[in-house]
Design a protein around this ligand. Structure first.
Ligand code: CA
Length: 166
């Protein structure tokens, strides 16, 4: 009797350990793996380009605006301009109107600021007959960094095989 218990106990333990093993992960779709490889470099380049904003402007304009996210912005400007450049959400030529006069500090806003820029942008804008605007977006920076690990925080990665995001 003792001998049969000695044989059954290890077998039962082995069976229990085998049953407790997690199920193997489903095999990756080979088409998806190939798509990720082909799309990787173009998406990393696009994520990095999306960080930055730089444009020139002309039209009715005067003022200056400096910002470090929505938490800290100081601006006095009024403009109705045409811009040419690149920005995360647009590129080429576009028209823009704005009226920023005031301060935004830690969520409190004073003045007539429209503050319609991306709240995660760090940048500056100068206008006097013509203008220059530069900026970098903290959220896009994080998306670019996580993109190297195939994490698409902004859901803007492309699938060059057609369709939407990856
Ligand atoms: Ca992305």
């Amino acid at each position: 009797m003792k001998r049969s218990i000695r044989l059954i106990a290890p077998a039962a333990l082995g069976l229990t350990l085998w049953a407790a093993q997690p199920a193997p992960a489903p095999a990756a779709d080979p088409g998806e793996v190939v798509a990720n490889i082909i799309n990787y470099i173009p998406n990393r380049i696009c994520d990095i380009v999306h960080i930055f904003k730089i444009d020139l402007s002309w039209g009715k304009c005067a003022g200056v605006d400096v910002r470090a996210t929505r938490m800290l912005e100081v601006g006095v400007s009024e403009y109705d301009v045409t811009r040419v450049g690149i920005a995360p959400d647009k590129h080429g030529l576009w028209d823009e109107m704005n009226d920023d006069k005031g301060v935004s500090l830690l969520g409190f806003e004073l003045g007539t600021n429209e503050f319609d820029r991306d709240p995660y942008e760090i940048g500056a804008t100068v206008h006097a007959f013509g203008g220059l605007e530069v900026g970098a977006n903290l959220r896009s920076m994080l998306d670019a960094l996580t993109g190297f690990f195939l994490i698409d925080l902004e859901d803007d990665d492309m699938n060059l095989f057609g369709g939407g995001g990856m």
